[in-house]
Design a protein around this ligand. Structure first.
Ligand SMILES: [Zn+2]
Length: 62
């Protein structure tokens, strides 16, 4: 029988202050990066509770 140990919990290390964070889907926020050419890009990020920097989860295409 399969058991769910952690439900939708993801882990990441903050690239700014090296804090190890655990976040859930509801912590993820979206912002729009305006494009100079072409379409604006939507990126997903969380905010580090320690250093309050944005940690971008989706790589922005160039
Ligand atoms: Zn941080």
């Amino acid at each position: 029988m399969i058991k769910v140990l952690e439900h939708g919990i993801r882990k990441i290390t903050c690239p700014h202050c090296k804090a190890k964070l655990q976040y859930e889907q509801e912590d993820i926020r979206e912002a729009i990066k305006p494009a100079i050419l072409g379409e604006d890009e939507i990126y997903k990020f969380i905010t580090c509770p320690d250093c309050e920097n944005e940690i971008i989860l989706t790589p922005i295409k160039k």
